[in-house]
Design a protein around this ligand. Sequence first.
Ligand SMILES: [Mg+2]
Length: 370
Amino acid sequence: MKITTIEAFVIELPLIEPFTISYVSYDKMPSVIVKVTTDDGWTGYGEGVADEHVTGESVESVYHVITKTLAPHLIGENPLNLEALHDTMDRAILGAPTAKAALDIACFDIAGKALGVPAYALLGGRFHDTFPITHVLSIDTPENMADKAENHVAKGYTSFKLKVGYDKQDDVDRIKAISERVGDRAQIRVDVNQGWQSAATTLQALNDLHNVSLDWLEQPVTASDIDALAEVKDKATVPVMADEALTGFKEMREIIAKRAAEKVNIKLMKCGGLYPAAKLAAMAEMAGMDCQVGSMVESSIGSAAGFHVAFSKKMITSVELTGPLKFSRDIGNLHYDVPFIQLNEQPGLGVDVDERILHDLTLYSEEVTP
Ligand SMILES: [Mg+2]
């Protein structure tokens, strides 16, 4: 089997409501979709959603790297040889994990379809039967965030992730408001997205929250300062999760060596796809750390890919892959039994892509052939 064609599409996915975190707010989610075709007629889809603040890639750079740098190297290669494909991509360009993830995901989709198995079967098989969906609350006023949490508890949600990180005191008020409203019925996780920057600010905030029960605190300090993360972990009683601090293997080694976190948030867009994500989960397991699989707010394709990794690994104990629930239109049909997800057993990613919607949402595209 050989890859014959790689098409890339820059699309915009319309959001039901704006998504706001500490460093940016989106109305529409730009994404790069790839469609990989083989000489024996298999087709696989992949996705790359860039976050400039996390990997240094933009939607334009992901598209450029896929079409100009990576695709020419992958055409003629066997999509089932994932170790070799990643070696080829890593030799072609340093970094660029989101561009590599898009192609990795498409190759897993093809491999699963060609072998007649779900993608998770290529990663060790199914371990988890189901995951509860964590509802992510965008930054808003304490009252509005508590109202939204209350509405979602009524729909059966049992866990929330609060996005904070604008101003420490306002953030403490937000967290307290939600805890007072739903803390007896739901688990609360807080994601600061680096917004408190230093260990000192973080420890002050935690001091103000000493009687609030939190599941964990995610990435309170600047991503590059793993020492600060380690200091928070040393002094806090709330478990600490590394997110932006963890991209690939190098950062994972440093987090493990410095014992800087109890938990890590693995994202396919940060590490280069399902194949490296499974390796990161193995590294975390060796270090005794729990993992979450998160996302950059991706369509059915990227989200399904994350679920296949999550469902196959014991150490992955939570998921945050709710992109498709945030879009008013999606190119695929990943199914959620809100507030749970149960992955189907169809071959590959198990997602049917509606090409008509893909073309409707496309801003520009390119086909790369030999
Ligand atoms: Mg995060």
